[in-house]
Design a protein around this ligand. Structure first.
Ligand SMILES: [Zn+2]
Length: 222
């Protein structure tokens, strides 16, 4: 998300668009697993993995555990924020009609990401807390957004094509979108339709080409 935010600010600055200041919270995920196989099955897995390796000490953990664990919980760990008040800028489907500067900036950001990725990725459930920078300037710290992608596999809350389509159908460009010269909604509809037609032709054709790091923690590292 911070990669997209950087590109968004570069474009806003280049086009002379006045946008609200925001940045993305750092964070990481902790995943808890529990064993899913019986001891006998696990031993068989261990023996098989060891027999495939020329040196049993170098058997990789992933070989030993990939079929024997079930994800039971995921925790998102972030720095403590000065403000606990959470401001919501978009819902789970990603669109908002509020026109204040901060909301319009977030919707322009969603539009920008959608356009930049040819409708293969978008942020929804955008929320943040408002804090003051060292220069006493108001800034929004965004955290824990959801994402939508064509296959619906980018993370929890991914509504897939339905989520993307909902934003394209309902988003109304603000002055910020227009000043930044983002594409109009007709262009987004055309791009979306091309994507849908392509994915119907081939089930494997819509893997998203995302920046490194996004697959492991899509809400934070993009
Ligand atoms: Zn727009």
């Amino acid at each position: 998300m911070s990669t997209f935010a950087k590109l968004f600010f570069e474009k806003a600055s280049a086009q002379g668009a006045e946008v609200a200041d925001f940045h993305v919270s750092e964070g990481f995920l902790i995943k808890l697993y529990r064993a899913a196989t019986t001891t006998a099955t696990l031993n068989a897995d261990l023996n098989e993995a060891a027999s495939r390796s020329t040196d049993s000490d170098t058997v990789k953990n992933s070989e030993l555990h990939c079929d024997s664990e079930i994800l039971t919980a995921v925790y998102l760990v972030e720095p403590r924020r000065a403000s606990t008040a959470v401001h919501k800028y978009s819902g789970t489907l990603g669109v908002s009609s509020r026109i204040d500067k901060k909301s319009a900036t977030m919707m322009a950001f969603s539009h920008f990401v959608l356009e930049s990725t040819a409708c293969t990725y978008m942020f929804a459930d955008i929320q943040g807390s408002i804090e003051l920078t060292l220069m006493k300037k108001s800034t929004i710290t965004l955290f824990d957004p959801m994402t939508h992608s064509p296959k619906g596999k980018s993370g929890l809350g991914d509504h897939g094509l339905a989520g993307i389509k909902d934003f394209i159908d309902k988003h109304q460009c603000s002055m910020i979108c227009r000043t930044m010269k983002l594409c109009d909604s007709e262009s987004l509809q055309t791009t979306y339709q091309t994507l849908v037609d392509g994915s119907e032709d081939s089930d494997d054709s819509d893997d998203v080409d995302l920046p490194v790091g996004i697959a492991s923690a899509p809400s934070l590292n993009a």
